[in-house]
Ligand binder design. Structure first.
Ligand SMILES: [Zn+2]
Length: 676
């Protein structure tokens, strides 16, 4: 027993980061699993007949301490990891999947759950309870509870192998990212880069005792170089390095892992009686079937492609006129797009960045949350942090009641994975009559302050912050009884609605006036710039849409069929991209081998959900625009029917309660300027 197995006895029961020793994790997991097993035994050993309360609810509330430990550990494995933690993760992951398989393949437990499930029609359950019962039953049936013993064994072996392969996949990508650096010693090679990016590259070189400048595959280093560096050969070099991750026929290669993951997922689905992995996954999605997803994506492809081709042609002509480029390549895309955008809108990130000091943008997000939902954010220093960069807040409602604890961790570090995400350390639930409030975290990789400048965000970073904060609000405002139905525990193609809708406020004058103030003069962002942001927000929307569709189709191509005939990862990928490619293929690059979303994370058969959710968010935001972007009635409905409800009800039902009708795809096309 370590401190991780006991009540934390900290303010708000927050995680005691400073007291945790790395060597505590493994024994804590072992104890945690043992204790959680005992809780399950107590349910199956109950001599009373199975009821909703003694079986379904008891199961729902079991394993709380182990869940707390898992969240903590795996959150840190993403945000502040090291080789030791990664090693423990390798060791712990199989133990955890074994434990969860032990539960889902526990016949005595399933018998009790099934007994309650079969008597469903005679029980008087609330909507949330009925949803929980369904979810618990499916948690067993979808994990093989109805299978004969030999097939159960097989399923366990597949799950164990999958969990190890996914971890390996991610470790390879992190190692590839950290391994590569482009060391430049001639300042001419940095021509075109904004001063801030140059300075950051210099500081990075200094921190590694090198002269000159270092460019890496971390986004804050990679993106500015690809966007601004005039040296085409170096852009090509960097772009190819980025696209080569996991595709270099060495010990970090992911090709075999990709093939193995796809095949094991298919085998698993077949074992359970589904046609493919996608059929299995989509059974629990708003979109329901692979056919619906493919129709949705291809329909969008039809509508977006003419616009995308037109945009591409224009970009091609522009690059030819400017630099005599005959064939536009992938490493030209960001560079010439930015140049064309500047020409058309006279607007670049460097012009905007002074208005988006990180602290101001955070406050802006808080003010939007206050105006919409009456939330108050107070920075506190009474709770532990896992790194000095982390900011900590206490969130209260209009009555001063605690809503949530909020962690914000914004800057890149060696032990943090790329990208931006929301996660939680403690779920919301109502237990024994007490409403336990959640601990929510946003983790990003924004441009760090330098010696001479504060952290000034690109507009893309601003929308990213709002996006993750939207997920954060979904977690913070959760108000359900059961933790597994709380907050962001919703169908995957519904989970991006709260995040994507919040990005809309970044384009609205009324919202920008709250926080977009020049970091030196305090001047509010000029109206002309706001107009340009809005006008440029649909710039290259056709090509962007095509890109998202291509990722969605690639995902479906790996998971919607029997993959056993796929021998060549790259050839398969080229075929899957088919109609969506505008740029020539780069033979030495491969998307699938670093497509962490679908091979490491949980997005397999789910990448389409970004576009799907865009339909939802465009449609939902039209409602706000009709009534006013800070309209409290609409906001209240959004909070009541969407943000606070988690997964307690079918998302389409919840959406209709909020909007009064089903979402209209035309709203997305209208906003994107693709509807003529
Ligand atoms: Zn998101």
């Amino acid at each position: 027993m370590t401190l991780l197995n006991k009540p934390f006895n900290t303010p708000y029961n927050t995680a005691p980061f400073s007291k945790i020793k790395t060597e505590d994790y493994l024994p804590s997991f072992k104890t945690g699993i043992k204790n959680a097993k005992a809780e399950i035994d107590a349910i199956t050993n109950n001599s009373d007949a199975p009821t909703f309360k003694n079986t379904i609810e008891a199961l729902e509330y079991s394993g709380e301490a182990l869940d707390r430990l898992s969240s903590l550990f795996f959150n840190l494995n993403s945000a502040e990891t090291n080789e030791e933690i990664q090693k423990i993760a390798q060791e712990v992951s199989p133990l955890l999947s074994e434990f969860s398989n032990d539960i889902t393949l526990n016949e005595d437990l399933f018998k009790r759950v099934k007994a309650v499930y079969d008597s469903k029609s005679t029980l008087e359950l609330t909507t949330e309870q009925a949803t929980l019962l369904d979810k618990k039953y499916k948690g067993f049936s979808r994990n093989g509870a109805n299978l004969p013993e030999d097939k159960k064994e097989k399923l366990r072996a597949i799950d164990k192998a999958l969990s190890q392969l996914k971890l390996k996949f991610g470790e390879h990508i992190l190692a590839e990212t950290n391994k590569f650096e482009m060391h430049l010693t001639n300042e001419d090679d940095l021509a075109g880069l904004p001063d801030g990016a140059k300075e950051a590259a210099k500081q990075l070189a200094e921190s590694k005792d090198k002269d000159g400048w270092l460019i890496t595959l971390d986004y804050p280093s990679y993106i500015p170089f690809m966007t601004y560096a005039d040296n085409r050969a170096l852009r090509e070099k960097l772009s190819k390095a980025f696209g080569r991750k996991g595709f270099q026929n060495d010990e970090l290669d992911n090709k075999d892992i990709v093939l193995k993951i796809a095949k094991l997922r298919f085998e698993r689905a077949q074992l359970l009686g589904y046609k493919s992995h996608a059929h299995f996954v989509l059974e629990e999605r708003m979109a329901e079937t692979p056919e619906k997803v493919t129709t949705f994506l291809n329909d969008l492809l039809d509508k977006a492609k003419p616009a995308a081709q037109k945009e591409f042609k224009k970009l091609e002509n522009f690059a030819k006129d400017l630099d005599g480029i005959d064939q536009l390549q992938k490493w030209d895309s960001g560079y010439y797009s930015e140049k064309l955008k500047q020409k058309l809108f006279d607007l670049d990130d460097e012009q905007l960045k002074p208005y988006f000091k990180l602290e101001n943008v955070i406050n802006g997000a808080f003010q939007v949350a206050e105006k919409l939902f009456g939330l108050q954010f107070e920075e506190i220093d009474t709770i532990d942090k896992y790194h000095e960069d982390v900011l900590t807040y206490k969130v209260t409602d209009a009555e001063g009641e605690l809503v949530s604890i909020f962690y914000a961790d914004f800057f890149p570090r060696a032990g943090k994975r790329n990208g931006a995400w929301m996660t939680s350390y403690k779920p919301q639930m109502i237990k024994d009559g007490k409403n336990e409030r959640p601990h929510i975290s946003n983790v990003c990789n924004f441009t760090k302050p330098t010696k001479s400048k504060p952290s000034l965000l690109t507009f893309n970073e601003v929308t990213t912050l709002f996006h993750e904060f939207g997920h954060g609000l979904h977690g913070m405002l959760a108000n359900t009884t059961y933790p597994s139905l709380s907050g962001t525990s919703v169908f995957w193609d519904f989970v991006e609605l709260p995040s994507q809708i919040l990005e809309n406020w970044c384009y609205q004058k009324e919202a920008l006036e709250l926080f977009a103030k020049h970091y030196e003069t305090g001047e509010v962002i000029p109206m002309a710039l706001i107009d340009k942001i809005t006008a440029s927000s649909t710039f290259h929307e056709g090509m962007q849409t095509l890109r998202q569709i291509s990722f969605g189709l690639l995902d479906m191509s790996w998971h919607g069929i029997d993959p056993s005939n796929i021998k060549d990862v790259k050839a398969h990928e080229v075929e899957a991209f088919g109609d969506t490619s505008l740029y020539p293929d780069v033979a030495e690059n491969c998307m699938s081998t670093s497509f962490s979303h679908i091979f490491q994370g949980g997005y397999s058969s789910g990448y389409y959900s970004y576009k799907w959710a865009e339909v939802l968010d465009a449609d939902a935001f039209e409602y706000f625009k009709e009534e006013g972007i800070f309209n409290r009635t609409v906001a209240h409905k959004f909070k009541t029917y969407i943000l606070s409800q988690g997964g307690t009800e079918n998302p389409m039902t919840l959406y209709k309660k909020f909007r009064g009708q089903e979402p209209q795809p035309e709203a997305l096309l209208r906003r994107a300027g693709l509807l003529k």
